[in-house]
Design a protein around this ligand. Structure first.
Ligand code: AMP
Ligand code: MG
Length: 345
């Protein structure tokens, strides 16, 4: 398959340029699109066959359901049922934005999309290109992250090209993604909201609207194989580069000391260090992220991909700050490390 590349300036969208991608979606094909979180691999969410193509292109296990993307409040209620009052408050507060809500599904959503669940995950992205593509397609768009299953999510069109060239019909390049980690997923099928995956909408923000919001315990643990997770995706290896990642967590100074020891203990290997504070390390490839948790979230996946391109065998990632988007960073780091986490204090 030849993949068509379409470049769009998000600040000045000419709908004509997106029409071809919308036609692809309508006719059952796949188009990768920029969103404010990460790039999504989109297909018609009402078409079971298109959903099947998404799983195939990503190599995604079919028991890991997809998020459907809509471009209006009306659509949220069209594809769901029995929406609780607290969920309506969350929808009003955080949509459009980097936020996904799980609700009971309407019959029109095919089982392939929800992996047979009675619930559906719905997102209303704020990115103008994603909104316009959904509007022009006239259908909700099922879109997981546009990476090969298990790899770090793509935050630029180049990352999508690396993983999806010749596997999908088109890639829309709308620049790099602002948030950098996937949406916050909240389960709203129970009595009160529960965070299944942390993201750009933080626990603190959610508690301002619903004070009884809780965090699912799988967010910071790796599920044991026999346990059935609430968020099916959490049981798979995720966000992992080829390099073996170890998270080194604690206060700034103790993290730095520990990483220096680890570098010394692994001489002869090509070592990468992901640093938030521009710490200096000898004998390692250093990638610095911005020094805030927001910046760390935005830069994380691109950095993990870069370590692979540079041939790193081991990566040590500094982690120091838990608050706000830090929870999302920590969740992605833990999963990319497959649970290899060292606590230094
Ligand atoms: P991705 O599309 O790769 O960003 O991942 C989507 C995430 O949403 C996966 O972790 C899924 O397990 C989760 N998800 C989608 N639909 C549901 C649902 N109905 N119930 C629980 N989790 C869901
Ligand atoms: Mg994903």
């Amino acid at each position: 398959m030849i993949t068509k590349l379409i470049r769009i300036n998000p600040e000045n969208i000419n709908p004509e340029d997106l029409k071809e991608a919308a036609e692809i979606i309508k006719s059952g094909g796949l188009a990768a699109m920029p969103t404010e979180t990460v790039y999504g691999l989109g297909g018609n969410a009402l078409d079971a066959e298109a959903a099947g193509k998404i799983y195939a292109a990503k190599g995604r296990p079919s028991d890991n359901p997809l998020i459907i993307h809509v471009c209006s409040y009306e659509q949220i209620f069209e594809y769901t049922r029995d929406v609780p009052e607290y969920a309506k408050k969350l929808i009003k507060a955080f949509m459009p934005g980097p936020f996904t809500i799980i609700l009971k599904k309407a019959d029109i959503i095919p089982d392939t999309v929800t992996a047979g669940l009675d619930s559906v995950a719905v997102r209303f992205p704020s990115h103008p290109v994603a909104q316009e593509l959904i509007r022009l397609s006239g259908v909700p768009i099922a879109a997981p992250s546009a990476n090969l299953s298990g790899k770090p999510s793509p935050t630029t069109a180049e990352h999508v090209i690396d993983d999806m060239m010749d596997k999908i019909d088109c890639i829309i390049d709308g620049g790099s993604c602002e948030v950098g980690v996937e949406s916050t997923i909240v389960d709203a099928t129970g009595e009160s909201p529960e965070i299944l995956r942390p993201g750009g909408v933080t626990l603190e923000m959610l508690r301002e609207v619903c004070s009884d919001t809780e965090v699912d315990r799988n967010v910071l643990s790796l599920t044991t194989p026999n346990e059935k997770p609430k968020c099916p995706g959490t049981k798979y290896k995720h966000y992992a580069p080829d390099a073996e990642v170890t998270v080194v967590e604690g206060s700034r100074d103790s993290v730095r000391t520990k990483i220096k020891e680890l570098i010394a203990a692994n001489r002869g290997k090509i070592i990468g260090v992901l640093t938030m504070y521009e710490s200096a390390y000898d004998d390692a490839v250093i990638i610095s992220t911005s020094s805030t948790n927001k910046g760390y979230a935005r830069d994380l996946f691109g950095a993990l991909r870069e370590f692979d391109k540079l041939g790193c065998e081991l990566v040590f990632a500094e982690f120091c700050e838990n608050d706000g988007v830090g929870l999302a960073v920590k969740n992605r780091l833990y999963k990319s490390a497959g649970g290899r986490v060292l606590h230094t204090d």
